[in-house]
Design a protein around this ligand. Structure first.
Ligand code: SF4
Ligand code: SF4
Length: 479
């Protein structure tokens, strides 16, 4: 009788090893699978599988383990195209990610934050723009066959143009009703100009999520988020107090994301601010209160001057670790700060890449990303004098963007969970920010993996190395 041929497999380039005491957690970023292995032999095996891809004789792996390693994608057929599989998933996601219509109601803002990059033009959407917006949305819903629409009210301060929100919301809700498409909305706001009956506004406009920004405790916040000349209702009005009053009301009816904008000057307020939220009872209200830690940074080409006050990736990671210790429940932390969200491979893209999403600027132009609104050379479609639309120069770039073709991302083992980070950074050639994305995953990924096994890793000291992130594509020696 002839023996069956000796089967040879290949280790996946997306395998990672997280040592937990004497045990080893083997994680695969391509499938999201993880296995806890005990003992020194298992540690050796895990090390072997986590280096550069290598051929592995199936016979050297205990049968009890082999099935699990294959099902989890830790071992793949030798000819398997790892990158091709990620590419396929990415392009499916671009078509399937829910449709978001971001409406920049106005470029105006009543506050003058020092870091604000928005050009405060007089541009604002108006009632006469609504038929065009409804037509565009109708066409896109029909062409895509989507069964839901999400509207994001954006600015400037969107509520300064509340009349437009009310009229456009009613028109878009009616469209969704007619097409039997579900409707929801969200708002990004500074919290200073909400209607008295905020709850009625939320219900009427089917708002499911509100983001309110804070720049620290009252002293820092009011200093940084100052009313612009002539825009406060009185001489001693505090933008902090106004925002707090609004959050108090909103948490009775809707989820609120508290965005804490940190920089070198206000990072010391973190403990006091979270304490303030706790004492105010915001974490125990009927609706979820999510603490969102953000870093004031030069996220636009126009905001390069912020590099002096910006926290480095290491400083920001330290701040994240402080936030984790302070917020009562990891589940009330945003996605990048919490460890409690398991790192599954991505199946959706940001709104800028979603085929059916668009941002309509206060100037009527169409953009892919909200942070580009007002940047004269960035629209993907320009609105002409007769309200006709013509394509902008970047339209083709956005249509074609594929992280699996980017020189660094294509050889990065975080690719399945990262998908190249923010595409706008690629468009702008912002290599510094893209490098920070690498630093983020080197630290965050092991923590997120270990958390799933009930282990809180030392946040500051444990991280994956550059060599683990960028592995040689050459097939190593056979094991
Ligand atoms: S971590 Fe960096 S190199 Fe890796 S996929 Fe993300 S952006 Fe690309
Ligand atoms: S990830 Fe980048 S491109 Fe996408 S919406 Fe956010 S800022 Fe814009």
């Amino acid at each position: 009788m002839t023996k069956p041929p000796r089967e040879t497999l290949r280790s996946s380039r997306y395998n990672f090893l997280v040592p937990i005491g004497d045990d080893s957690i083997l994680y695969n970023a391509g499938s999201g699978a993880s296995i806890r292995l005990a003992g020194q032999d298992a540690r050796e095996l895990a090390r072997l599988l986590c280096g550069p891809p290598r051929n592995v004789a199936a016979g050297i792996i205990p049968r009890s383990l082999l099935g699990g390693l294959r099902r989890g994608g830790f071992l793949v057929e030798r000819e398997f195209d790892d990158l091709g599989a990620i590419r396929e998933r990415y392009w499916l996601a671009r078509g399937r990610t829910p449709m978001v219509l971001t409406l920049t109601t106005t470029q105006d803002c009543n506050l003058g934050c020092y870091y604000c990059y928005e050009s405060r033009s007089n541009d604002a959407l108006a009632a006469r723009d609504i038929p065009g917006i409804v037509d565009w949305t109708r066409g896109r819903l029909a062409a895509s066959g989507r069964d839901s629409l999400h509207v994001d009210w954006y600015g400037g301060e969107p509520l300064l143009n509340i009349g437009f929100i009310e009229a456009a919301s009613i028109a878009l809700q009616a469209l969704c009703e007619e097409l039997k498409v579900s409707y929801s909305a969200s708002v990004i706001s500074n919290g200073t100009c909400w209607p008295e009956d905020a709850a009625a506004f939320i219900r009427e406009h089917r708002i499911r999520q509100v983001q309110i920004s804070f720049d620290g405790l009252k002293v820092n916040h009011d200093k940084r988020r100052r009313y612009r000349k002539g825009r406060a209702s009185g001489p001693s009005v505090s933008s902090f107090d106004r925002a707090v009053e609004v959050v108090d009301k909103l948490l009775e009816v809707v989820r609120v994301d508290l965005r804490f904008n940190s920089d070198r000057g206000n990072q010391g307020d973190l403990e006091g601010f979270i304490d303030f939220c706790r004492l105010r009872g915001w974490f125990d209200r009927p609706f979820l209160c999510v603490f969102q830690l953000a870093r004031i940074s030069d996220f636009s080409e126009r905001a390069g001057f912020l590099s002096r006050t910006k926290l480095s990736e290491d400083e920001f990671e330290t701040l994240r670790a402080r936030a984790r210790r302070l917020v009562p429940d990891e589940a009330t932390l945003d996605e990048t700060t919490t460890r409690s969200i398991y790192p599954l491979p991505r199946t959706s893209v940001c709104a800028a890449l979603a085929n059916d999403s668009i941002v309509i600027g206060a100037d009527g132009n169409h953009y892919r990303c909200g942070l580009q609104v007002g940047e004269k050379n960035r629209p993907v479609a320009f609105r002409g004098a007769g309200r006709e639309m013509s394509p902008g120069p970047d339209a083709g770039w956005w249509d074609a963007f594929d992280p699996t073709l980017q020189p660094n991302c294509s050889r990065c083992s975080f690719l399945p969970v990262c998908w190249g980070g923010c595409p706008k950074k690629h468009l702008e050639g912002d290599h510094g920010s893209l490098h920070e994305q690498s630093l983020y995953w080197r630290k965050a990924l092991p923590q997120k993996i270990a958390w799933q096994f009930g282990v809180a890793l030392d946040e500051i000291t444990f991280s994956f190395s550059e060599a683990e992130q960028f592995r040689s594509a050459e097939i190593g020696s056979e094991a």
